[in-house]
Design a protein. Structure first.
Length: 374
């Protein structure tokens, strides 16, 4: 979208969409996202407040529904996430739902996966007087030691969100995350229970989630004694390259007798379904597919069985742990709290749960060609 040319109505619609998703907006962040001056966004916020569509606060705005009475909002929480789309909106919605009962007010900022912007956003939130920060840090090209050193310099309590950080230095901080490795195990176990002896993998590697999915799939394959199966890496922002990679996966599955795959993400899994059908391959009869992520999985040509992360629950837990830590300020610090939530498997049509393979079919899959392979 050509955001720099938005008219006032377009800017205001963008503001309202952001507030609908997150419950709050930062004027500075929206100005940067849209490439306009902060004074322009503040003017838009004033107009929307006059029309009764939001509540103006210092530095931005919040939704009317989530705006508590001034005397009841005791705690202000900064939230810094990498993106306003994809994985994080539902997590923030979970925080927003929890904020009413916890008497907190959220102030949201995004980092766009940039270290410099992430630091600026945290500094801005501290200047606004937040009592604590929920931080999903950018981990690419950054050591855990560097992250820990920076986090210790932040003068308010910090909880790390949706990152597995293993070093001792970082483990001293509170954290809340999804067990993505366990989610991959769920998917492989489900396919193995249907009789599959090989489970391929297509992985979108440029996310912090990808290594955990790969780890969980490998762990399940080893524990269940499954045979080797294709594994491919999917490209970013390259539709032709994506189709080539998925075509290669289909070819390798055909060559090895692999009749089940785990695909990260659900968008890529939906494209795999389309390509398989175009080749005359039946899903799930010839190729069972489980998606990792469940944003649009139900809308695929064949509705996708998917690993579903507990995003709203995770947001609730992250906010709860942080507010409890804030209450402790000035008293001896209790042990770090590391909350890990296991995803669920949402079974739909793409895995063939209603058409279980027999043990003989599973063992013989490498020696015979399913009807649709060509």
């Amino acid at each position: 979208m050509a955001t720099r040319n938005l008219l006032p109505r377009g800017r205001q619609e963008h503001l309202l969409r952001q507030i609908e998703v997150y419950g709050s907006v930062s004027a500075a962040q929206v100005a940067e996202d849209l490439g306009v001056a902060q004074v322009t966004i503040r003017r838009d916020i004033r107009e929307l407040e006059r029309s009764g569509r939001l509540v103006r606060v210092h530095g931005g705005a919040i939704s009317i529904a989530s705006s508590p009475a001034p005397q009841s909002a005791r705690t202000r929480i900064g939230v810094v996430v990498p993106s306003s789309v994809g994985h994080f909106p539902a997590i923030v919605q979970g925080m927003d739902a929890a904020s009413r009962g916890l008497r907190t007010r959220l102030i949201l900022a995004t980092s766009q996966y940039r270290h410099d912007l992430e630091r600026r956003q945290v500094e801005r939130l501290v200047e606004l007087g937040v009592d604590g920060i929920v931080l999903a840090p950018t981990v690419r090209d950054r050591s855990e030691a560097d992250l820990a050193e920076w986090a210790r310099s932040i003068p308010v309590p910090v909880i790390f969100l949706e990152r597995r950080l293993d070093s001792t230095a970082v483990a001293s901080f509170d954290s809340a995350r999804t067990d993505h490795s366990g989610g991959a195990v769920l998917a492989v176990e489900h396919l193995a229970a249907l009789g599959h002896e090989r489970v391929g993998l297509a992985i979108f590697d440029r996310t912090p989630t990808a290594p955990l999915i790969r780890e969980g799939r490998a762990r399940a394959v080893e524990r269940l004694g499954l045979a080797a199966a294709p594994e491919i890496v999917l490209p970013k922002d390259d539709e032709d390259g994506l189709d080539q990679a998925l075509g290669r996966l289909i070819d390798e599955c055909r060559a090895t007798g692999t009749r089940a795959v785990l695909v990260h993400t659900d968008v890529h899994a939906a494209r795999l379904v389309e390509m398989a059908v175009d080749r005359g391959i039946r899903v799930p009869e010839d190729l069972a597919i489980v998606a990792y992520d469940d944003d649009t999985a139900s809308l695929a040509l064949v509705p996708l069985t998917a690993v579903t992360a507990p995003r709203r629950d995770l947001g609730h837990e992250a906010l709860r742990v942080l507010t409890e830590r804030i209450v402790e300020e000035g008293r001896p610090r209790s042990a770090p709290r590391h909350v890990t939530l296991l995803p669920a498997l949402t079974v739909r049509g793409s895995c063939g749960a209603g058409t279980r393979l027999s043990a003989r079919e599973g063992r013989g899959a490498g020696r015979r060609r399913p009807r649709g392979w060509r």
